[in-house]
Design a protein around this ligand. Sequence first.
Ligand code: PLP
Ligand code: TYF
Length: 392
Amino acid sequence: MLEALNPQPQDKILQLIQMYKDDPRDNKIDLGVGVYKDATGLTPVMRAVKAAEKKLWETEKTKTYTGLAGEPAYNVAMVKMILGDGYADRAASVATPGGTGAIRQALELIKLASPTATVWLSNPTWPNHPSIIKYLGMNMAEYRYFDAATRGIDFAGLIEDLGRVKAGDAVLLHGCCHNPTGANLNADQWAEVAKLLLAKGAIPFVDLAYQGFGDGLEADAASTRLIAETFPEVLIAASCSKNFGIYRERTGILIALGEASRRAITQGNLNFLNRQNYSFPPDHGARLVTMILEDDTLRADWKAELEEVRLNMLTLRQSLADELRRATNSDRFDFVATHRGMFSRLGLTEAQVNILREQHGIYMVGDSRINIAGLNAKTVPILAKAIAQLAA
Ligand code: PLP
Ligand code: TYF
């Protein structure tokens, strides 16, 4: 049987991690995978997570199975963090292994309810979106998103393409901190997109993997909240990997908003999908998140550290934009300061990305996406200079 298997395409982002590891140069710079790193290059365990783990170790009495949807307290705390109050009667939800698990379950739910629906993706988007959709054999379409010339949003193209959405199609929107571009819709543009999609009868599917990494924990939820208020049905796949720094604990949630009278059936279907795929979702990370969100002291400390992380990335953005302005003697890279989240797509060619890697040991994804958090005060000028040399 196994001889029938064909090689599978590798994830280019994950491949880059290996290339970086294999590079013997000690001045190499890793701007690849989207993992937060502090100035020393460490992805730290957050203080509140450590404190919650200690408390959990001291107080946990059993590791028996949790529920199919996870622990109810986690789902309540997450719905509140993402949407605020007032959704108890409309929100069905399941804990999932990471944001990816939530995306997978959301797509399976769409497939279960409406097998021929098309899922619309921004061009570009996180490569796992099309990969999973293709694997599930679902219909997929793209809407224009990024303007390669300005490194901002191609809003006219986006509106034109979303104008072709059919009733019942699902439209995947990055709730904040767009991956891979770093370019985001402003509030007016979100309102216009919501109005258009509502008129089309589309189902918004929000991927929220970076809440707290852009403009702040509340501000980053604003567009998701607008969508939740506007539409009768919404899917939200959220991840705790980044904002709680618990990547390997695999902690996420899928929230399905719908009519209150249908909530129990939707919940039953979400539980069913969890059971088909892995039964009970992982608990450890979800429990830590719950403990942090429910405890005033832990929550305050977590929020403070998340703000440090966010502001550190903002400072790096600003200094990279400043250095590039100096090094290139132009404003061509000013967009770096207005992008938000971990990433910016610089708009370099693949050949230029290769030169940066081969000649300077600077690793970024082939589409010229950089992870801002991979920089520090010392490497910002090095990157700027290397980019300026390319342009020359
Ligand atoms: N969605 C986007 C856009 C991402 O960049 C990521 C990756 O970190 C995820 C979802 C899911 O992350 P995870 O499965 O690690 O929680
Ligand atoms: O885009 C990124 O770098 C993060 C991390 O298969 C990631 O979202 C990348 C690839 C992948 C899983 C996570």
